[in-house]
Each structure stands twice: as C-alpha cells, then as structure tokens.
Design a protein around this ligand. Structure first.
Ligand code: ATP
Ligand code: MN
Length: 478
C-alpha cells in the first residue's frame, strides 16, 4: 500500500516537525535546491527544499519539470515568502523521469490552442486543473440540487431508434458491413439485418424518454452525454456534450422558468463556495488577458463579479414578440451591423441577437418565451393564438442560449395535428402518444447544456476547453 500526504492538507497543517511523504509532479526546480511540487489536490504547489550538497549529481539531474517524485521529509514553517510551510527533504525518489527536451509543457505560459493539441497533458496546467475541478463541482451541485428537491435521477438510453427530434443530425449506430450492406427488394439498406433489427442512432436528447418517467415518478432528471452530427464549428458547439434535462409533471411554463433559474443560481453559488481558489485563479488569468485589449473591449465586471451579479438579479422575462420589437428598433439593426437583420416577426434568433439582448440591452440573463411554433419542436404546447408555443430559452452573457425548454403539449388531438403538419410519423412515436392517452397531465421540462454552464462559470471562451476530450468535426483524438 502506498501512503502519502496530500498537498492540499499539508498547506494548512501547522504540526511543524512531523514527518510527511508527498508524491507529485515537479512544476519547477530552481538553484538545484527548491522544487515546486503539485499533486493535483489543489491549485498551489508545495515547496520542497533539497539538501543538494549531500545528494548525488545523477539524481539532481533527473529532477526536471514534469517528472514525478516521492519525497519524505519534515514539514517546517517556511521563512521564504509565498508559502507558510515547506518540506525539508530527507529522502527523494524518482518515480518517473520526464524527458525535458521532449516534454511539451515548459514552465511558461502556453496558448490554449497549443494545449488543445496536447489535450492528453493539459490537465497538468493550472488553468485546466481549475477548469476540471470546477466542472466536477458543478456536476456534483446539479445532483445535489435535484436530490434535495426529491427528483429521481433517470438514465435515458444513449442508443435510440427514434430520430423524430434530430432528423439529419444524428450519428448512426450500426454493425452492418459497409462494403456489403444488405438491401431490401427496393434497393434500400435493410436495417432488419442490423444489430437492433432497425436503424439506430446516438441520442440527441433524453427528453422524450424522461417525459415517460415524469408521468409516473412526478419529477425526474437526466444527466448524460448527447450527440449531434451538426457541422457547427463554433466556440459553443460540440459533437458530444453533456446535457441536464429535468422533466416535471403538473408544471407549467412559469414553474419551468422558476426551476431553471433556481437551478442555475444554486449551482453557480455552489461553485463560488467550493471553488474559491479556482475561480480566483481564472479571474486573474482573464484580467491578465484583458490587459492586451483596448479599453472599450474590456469587461466591466471581473469573473467573480459576473457570477455574483447573476445571483443577485432576477432574470429578465419577456416574450419572443417583445424581443423582436426591441431588436427591430435597436441600433445595430438600424445601422445594419447585425449579420442577420431582423425585419419581421417569425425569424429565428441568431446568437448575435441573443447576446445583444443580454449584454447590451438588459445587461443580465434573459428568459425568452412564446416563440413562433414554426421555429420550435413539435412537442411544445400551443398557445391560444395558434401562432406561438410555450417555449423558453435562457440566454446568458458571453454564451447566448444556455437552456432550451418548454411546457409540453399534453392534448392528444393537438399533438397529432402538429405531428402531421411536420411530417413526423406517429407509428415511430406511439409510446410518446400513449402518454397522452393514458392519464395525460400538464408537464414541462428543459435542457441545460452542461459545457455551456462550465464555460460561464470558468470564464473560458471556447467550449473545447471545458470538456476533457472535445469531439468536433474532423476531430476525435485521444
Ligand atoms: P443552439 O441554438 O445553441 O445550437 P439548440 O437550440 O440546438 O442550441 P437545444 O436542442 O435546445 O439546443 O439543446 C438544449 C441545450 O443544450 C442548449 O440550450 C445548449 O445549452 C446545449 N447545446 C445544444 N447543442 C449543443 C452543442 N452542439 N454543443 C454543446 N451544447 C449544446
Ligand atoms: Mn434550443
């Protein structure tokens, strides 16, 4: 059994003189004497002081940035500045050498692009240590929030046969031989001979299945990977991302908005409380970056203030129609600065419009409701006006859409009409329609993109930097 002390604990330990063993990776080695060692348990390194005069040269040479070592020694109060404690090494053992010439991570600042190309090693940097710690804590907070409210965590399938939701942007799952696909009499691929006996895909959302759970368990949520084969090479889209999808029986759109706002505020507060060091580090990193920008482009709030601001203010709630009026009259629309000019009701909002509303007009998170039915999914509940549906999108600064949700259509006849209008085959979704036949009830839910949440809380700007191994068009390395 390997016994070691975690650096996180030692840094706040004041039992000076006791013998400790730490294991970790060398960040820097100065003057043949001082090692800054990290074991990943916290943002800070611990300082190891070597009695170099009594250590063989061959050993000292092997202590390089990146190598892993085990050190046993005495925990002592530090006289140097920058740390309270340090370790006077009595015994040092190299666990793994690191070829300093070839090691990509030198003790200097690397660009995020460079680190993305070295995603297998980027965990070793302070930035990614902080990002993935926050990602972990946010995931934990999501479960904590729903558990406290009595929601049931439900695992919806990753392989699905229904493609009603994601027509055209789904990844196929098959064991058929591509060079010799079985064909039907009419020449189409015969999926009856495929593994599942029918065409199958990776899920784009667990919502439809979560609705089945909600209509019995009352309140459920999913938290799992989802896949979209959309060719969007943006800083906000991944081909594989994680989504949180609560679904609640006996709830309307207002309940849905309240739940979403409560959830976001809870998990952000949780991160602030649990990840003070990490957020502080990322805040300073951003401030450092902003120094290179012209004054006008610098943000008014730092990262922590931005998070706090989001907690202290009610999200602005308005309808799509009201938003269109604001956008039509807005300066960038009048001056044709938007790439997509808003000239009438019915247009889908682009991220430039969403960000204008949030960042320039209201200067706080916004919930837009009651979108035109033409630009939303078949399952959203129709309003009396016959034109709009009970949809809601939550828009965040720097992100745009972070949540999309709706009150669901619980009336069978209206749902069937809408499916016919949109050419969605009923037989494939008979189980979804059964819900409306056997004890239907009003219900609502939404999808929160987990990486977009992590983007917001970490202040990172590219979604590829908040998931350990990003998948996007032409990239599935590591
Ligand atoms: P967008 O308009 O930004 O492409 P969407 O309307 O397609 O998003 P929904 O189907 O409503 O997204 O999915 C719910 C949530 O999942 C979104 O609000 C967003 O937070 C997240 N999301 C959607 N697509 C992606 C993606 N490709 N990568 C990462 N997160 C995503
Ligand atoms: Mn959406």
């Amino acid at each position: 059994m390997i016994k070691r002390n975690k650096i996180k604990n030692l840094l706040v330990d004041s039992e000076y003189g006791k013998k400790v063993t730490v294991m970790g990776w060398v960040k820097t080695f100065r003057n043949n004497r001082f090692v800054a060692l990290s074991d990943g348990s916290c943002m800070q390194n611990i300082q190891i002081v070597l009695d170099y005069e009594n250590l063989p040269d061959a050993l000292l040479k092997r202590i390089t940035t990146g190598c892993s070592i085990s050190v046993t020694g005495l925990l002592v109060q530090s006289i140097g500045k920058g740390q309270n404690v340090e370790i006077n090494a009595e015994n040092i053992e190299i666990l793994g050498d690191c070829d300093a010439e070839k090691f990509p991570l030198q003790p200097k600042k690397h660009s995020l692009e460079f680190l993305r190309e070295n995603a297998h090693l980027r965990f070793r940097t302070n930035t990614f240590n902080a990002v993935f710690k926050i990602r972990h804590v946010l995931g934990f907070a999501v479960h904590d929030f729903f558990n406290k409210r009595g929601f049931v965590y439900m695992h919806t399938p990753i392989v699905t046969a229904s493609d009603a939701e994601g027509a055209g942007e789904m990844f196929k799952v098959t064991t058929l031989d591509f060079d010799n696909t079985p064909r039907t009499d009419t020449g189409e691929v015969n999926f009856k001979e495929d593994f599942f006996g029918r065409a199958a895909n990776l899920t784009v959302s667990g919502q439809l299945e979560a609705e089945l759970g909600a209509m019995a368990l009352g309140e459920v949520y999913t938290f799992g990977p989802t896949f979209r084969a959309e060719n969007s090479n943006t800083t906000r889209h991944l081909a594989e991302f994680w989504m949180i999808e609560p679904e609640v029986a006996f709830a309307d759109l207002e309940d849905n908005m309240n739940l979403a706002e409560d959830l976001l505020k809870y998990v952000i507060q949780y991160a602030i409380t649990q990840c003070g060091d990490e957020i502080d580090f990322l805040k300073n990193r951003l401030l450092e970056e902003e120094k290179n920008k012209p004054q006008a482009e610098r943000s008014e709030l730092d990262l922590l203030q931005k998070l706090q601001f989001c907690l202290d203010n009610n999200f602005e709630r308005l309808t799509y129609t009201e938003a269109i009026d604001i956008l039509k009259a807005s300066k960038p629309n009048q001056k044709k600065q938007f790439k997509y000019i808003i000239d009438g009701w019915g247009a889908d909002l682009q991220s430039e419009h969403e960000r204008f509303l949030v960042e320039k007009h209201f200067k706080k998170p916004v919930i837009l409701t009651d979108y035109p039915k033409e630009i939303k999914s078949f399952y959203m509940r129709q309003n009396e006006d016959g034109k709009t549906v009970r949809a809601m999108d939550i828009l965040f600064p720097g992100i745009g859409e972070i949540i999309g949700g709706s009150q669901r259509e619980e009336r069978l006849d209206i749902l069937i009409n809408r499916m016919n209008e949109m050419n969605i085959p009923q037989d494939e979704l008979y189980w979804y329609l059964d819900l409306r036949k056997f004890g239907t009830a009003p219900h609502a839910g939404f999808g929160l993109g987990f990486e977009r949440l992590v983007l917001f809380v970490t202040g990172m700007t590219n979604i590829r930097d908040v998931i350990p191994f990003p998948r996007f068009p032409k990239n599935a390395e590591f």
